[in-house]
Design a protein around this ligand. Structure first.
Ligand SMILES: Cc1ncc(COP(=O)(O)O)c(C=O)c1O
Length: 409
């Protein structure tokens, strides 16, 4: 073992939020006055009747409002400790919904290494004249401050931890910069979920989620959410969601709520497994460097300790050698499926340079530290010893493959 994993947290996140977890597990339970259904019914109806002329009830049309969607919105809001949430049909529509707060003369400052879909959306919408975008290196707080003081953005967009190198952005410092220049601070909290990080309590105004990942957690629904800190922001976001039609379907909300009820139990298992896998990687001669904020040698380890209540279950690592080692690892693993997403019960492995970050030029990848030998793992909730033997076997294959003669450069 070259670097220790800081296990300070234990199950702190879970203990701290016990009451919220109970409320989440029980969201909407035993609220059906008509039949006494224990689980909340799924209101698939697109339409709701009026009680008579001028007699609109709480709901009239499901794009604007739906009881099943409201159960999920309420549960996510309570976990993030916000004022309210809009539940959207994808994570990207949650991202784009927030940009409706911008006018053409407004600027958004975003991380240069943000999720590729966000990078594409911000660049393309800017190209179409909807607003302006400036990208900056968010691991350098002074660089972000300089960019913000020059461009006076309306929105500062944070994604922490970053993908795939898991660098941490100081949310409190970003909130200070946002106040200095009158911007809204938006944090994409997809990687950690509200159980491991609560950006609104660190000074953010809006939290965004791709619920496709941990919140649903079963890789069978795409969805998103935007949580607002204030009634005024919620009103604007809900108005735009109804206007442009980005709200989620009742069925997807019901499935996602089913996933959210077990988030705390899954996360505990995800984190335990991730730490077990980190230990194997960390001790193996075939591995060059492990990127995991729980490791004491991670450049942002102390920041992670200060603002997170867990380290999450995404790991990236560099294999020594080149393409033969990478191929041998990918062929050797039987439990990590080669796929791009993350946050589901099943373990996944991704090769960022040719998959999630393939749209970046070789130079941009190099600048962002994404080498051809880098692999990203989303560690699932399989039996821990099975994952340990699988990773060990794949690393042994990589070692055997490795004369390191073919290099990605
Ligand atoms: C951090 C982050 N934000 C937003 C998104 C977009 O979410 P979706 O794929 O649900 O549209 C993703 C998707 O991978 C993501 O990783």
């Amino acid at each position: 073992m070259r670097f220790a994993i800081n296990l300070k947290y234990g199950n702190k996140a879970i203990i701290m939020k016990y009451q919220k977890i109970t409320n989440t597990v029980r969201a909407g339970i035993d609220t059906d006055g008509q039949h006494g259904a224990v689980m909340p019914p799924v209101y698939l109806s697109s339409n709701f009747s009026f009680e008579g002329l001028g007699g609109k009830r709480e709901y009239d049309y499901s794009r604007s409002g739906n009881p099943t969607r409201d159960v999920l919105a309420g549960a996510i809001t309570r976990l993030e400790v916000g004022h309210g949430a809009v539940v959207t049909n994808t994570g990207m529509s949650a991202v784009v919904l927030v940009t409706h707060l911008l006018k053409p003369e407004d600027t958004i400052v975003a991380p240069h290494n943000c999720y590729g879909g966000c990078y594409r959306a911000f660049s393309s919408l800017s190209g179409a004249g909807r607003f302006k975008t400036q990208f900056a290196d968010f691991t350098d707080t002074d660089a972000v401050r300089r960019t913000c003081l020059t461009h006076r953005p309306r929105i500062i967009w944070v994604e922490t931890p970053s993908n795939p190198l898991l660098r941490i952005t100081d949310i409190r410092a970003m909130a200070t910069i946002a106040r200095e220049c009158g911007a809204l601070l938006v944090v994409d909290n997809t990687f950690l979920t509200p159980l491991l990080q609560q950006p609104l309590s660190l000074g953010a105004d809006i939290v965004v989620h791709s619920t496709t990942k941990y919140i649903n957690g079963h890789s069978d629904v795409v969805g998103g959410a935007v949580v607002a800190k204030t009634p005024a922001l919620l009103e604007k976001l809900a108005w735009w969601a109804n206007c442009v039609g980005s709200t989620a379907s009742p069925w997807d909300c019901s499935q996602t709520m089913r996933g959210l009820r077990t988030l705390h139990a899954r996360l505990r298992c995800h984190e335990e497994n991730a730490q077990a896998v980190v230990r194997v990687l960390n001790a193996h001669g075939a591995v060059g460097r492990v990127h995991y904020p729980g490791l004491t040698n991670h450049p942002d380890h102390h920041l992670a300790l200060a603002q997170q209540s867990g380290f999450g279950a995404i790991i990236s690592f560099e294999l020594k050698g080149g393409e033969p080692e990478v191929r041998a690892f990918l062929d050797g693993t039987k439990l990590f499926t080669l796929a791009e997403s993350l946050g589901g019960v099943e373990s996944l492995v991704c090769h960022p340079a040719s998959m999630t970050h393939a749209a970046m030029t070789r130079e941009a990848q190099h600048e962002a530290g994404i080498r051809g030998t880098l692999l990203r793992l989303s560690v699932g909730i399989e039996h821990t010893p099975d994952l340990i033997s699988d990773v060990s076997a794949a690393l042994a294959d990589a070692s055997r493959a490795g004369l390191g003669v073919v290099s990605f450069g």
